[in-house]
Design a protein around this ligand. Structure first.
Ligand code: SAH
Length: 478
């Protein structure tokens, strides 16, 4: 049968894509339906027809799926930040588990029974809301000319007003209301993307979950000789009514760009950074906090994991999978500000971190010093360049290599060098199970075998999932 645009159909949603769209079939022909949940019987409107599949818009849920729950956020469909908020949390965890499993089988080429043998239960959250320690809100104007903040609707750049995102901390709303009131009362303009005029572009808020410290950074279009915002002291005074306010700064961005942060950050009140502490837990014992805490200094521009409750578990799992005894030389590739490296350092003889962003490496060194860690050394550069160079020229070896690459996974040259160095173990931390599966296939083709796999839910309500994998060399040299 031929389908056409705007046609109304009834479909049973029997599957989900990895991006969280529902999949329903009619006579074997698949329809992808955003906001539909596996188990729904739904009325859809066909929006786009391709040769082998089509897209539909959810018009009405005829019979709700048993996994459907009332979403907390009134804007979840418009915002698109939480693709699966109307799915029960338990079902979300199941969805993420099968996403990882399917990628290992389809892309990695691993046998289903082998995958089922090595996969451990996903690590979920007890409270899957209010977990983010960082919020970034765009500031604009509504039709009445009043300042608003919220989120960009869909893929557009128009702002839907909403100061209450349920993934962020409760202080965000209060802070945003203070900033909006300050703007109204002092006639401070919002930045207008189309003209490049106006002052306030974004509000960045960070909270140290362990320290309680709060940081506010306003991204502003301050030009020329102007060093301050109008009535800046009033804004600072109002922000200081928030308990634990620790750092207020301005980030100057005068470029016509959708990159949020500019080059220069000026502190205007308090410290330049906030602190947070992550504790070493026992991953084999329900993540009980057993080890020391490692404290990190975080600036407005630092990369820092957004879910500290789960980060602690993720890093502890990586540490456990590394199986260190105190004698090992360990490499931590894609180390960022040294978060995983410092976790490993206490249990290893020596840790080498590699990271491409110089500023992050500087932070990593400061964090090592601040925690009294002297057996970690950091190199600036690409993993695929630094590792071969250190191995081939300087003869540095590795007992264990940990990698935590960005979504695109590891470079082939990096994987080749790992195979040449043949460490006893490789621990792969991944935020994209598709590229993970591809890279595992390469490592397993070169003498490794996958021993343990565990997903960690770092981003509840969204389709993202983090995975940690332990690989062992089949014929270790020593
Ligand atoms: N392990 C850290 C950071 C992980 S994010 C943490 O958990 O906090 C991935 C990091 O890889 C980023 O900091 C990014 O800057 C860095 N990166 C990206 N490409 C790289 C490359 N080719 N070589 C080394 N680092 C790279």
């Amino acid at each position: 049968m031929d389908y056409e645009k705007n046609q109304i159909l009834t479909v049973e949603i029997t599957d989900m894509t990895s991006e969280g769209e529902g999949v329903g079939k009619q006579d074997g022909f698949p329809f992808f339906v955003k906001d539909a949940i596996i188990g729904d019987k739904a009325q859809i409107r066909v929006t786009r027809v391709k040769k082998n599949y089509a897209y539909g818009r959810l018009e009405k849920v005829l019979t709700p799926s048993p996994f459907r729950v009332e979403p907390r956020c009134a804007f979840h469909k418009q915002c698109g930040g939480c693709q699966i908020q109307s799915m029960s949390y338990e079902k979300q965890l199941e969805f993420k588990t099968s996403k990882v499993r399917n990628n290992l089988i389809r892309i990695g080429g691993f046998a289903p029974d082998m995958v089922d043998r090595v996969m451990e239960p996903i690590v979920g959250m007890e409270e899957p809301f209010y977990y983010r320690n960082k919020a970034q809100y765009p500031v604009g104007q509504n039709k009445e000319g009043e300042p608003v903040t919220g989120f960009y609707a869909g893929r557009t750049h128009s702002i839907v007003a909403n100061t209450e995102c349920h993934l962020g901390v409760k202080e965000n709303k209060e802070i945003l209301e203070i900033i909006l009131a300050y703007m109204r009362e002092n006639r401070v303009s919002a930045y207008d993307e189309s003209t490049g005029e106006g002052l306030i572009r974004h509000v960045l808020i960070r909270k140290g979950f362990f320290s309680g410290e709060i940081m506010v950074c306003l991204v502003v279009n301050l030009r020329g000789k102007r060093k301050e915002l109008p009535a800046q002291q009033r804004l600072i005074d109002a922000l200081l009514t928030i308990p634990n306010m620790t750092s207020v700064s301005l980030n100057i961005n005068t470029e016509k760009t959708n990159v949020i942060l500019g080059q220069e950050t000026r502190p205007v009140w308090g410290k330049d950074t906030i602190e947070d502490t992550i504790h070493v837990c026992d991953a084999e014992k329900h993540f009980e906090r057993t080890g020391r805490g490692i404290t990190y200094a975080i600036s407005p521009v630092s990369f820092y994991q957004v879910n500290p409750v789960q980060t602690e578990k993720l890093y502890s799992l990586a540490l456990s999978y590394a199986g260190l005894t105190g004698e090992e030389t360990v490499w931590d590739l894609y180390c960022g500000i040294g978060t995983i490296s410092l976790f490993l350092a206490e249990k290893a003889k020596r840790v080498y971190g590699v990271e491409v962003i110089p500023q992050a490496v500087e932070n990593a060194r400061e964090n090592a010093a601040g925690n009294g860690i002297s057996n970690a050394e950091f190199f600036v550069g690409k993993a695929e360049e630094v590792l071969p160079e250190k191995y081939e020229k300087d003869g540095i070896s590795a007992d264990v290599i940990v990698v935590d690459p960005p979504r695109k996974g590891c470079d082939a040259a990096c994987l080749d060098t790992i195979l040449k160095m043949a460490p006893r173990r490789v621990v792969y931390v991944s935020c994209d199970s598709a590229t993970l599966a591809r890279d595992l296939k390469a490592l397993c083709g070169g003498g490794y075998e996958v021993e343990r796999v565990r997903a960690v839910d770092m981003f509840p309500m969204t389709v993202g999932v983090e995975v940690v994998v332990m690989l062992s060399h089949k014929n270790p040299i020593a």
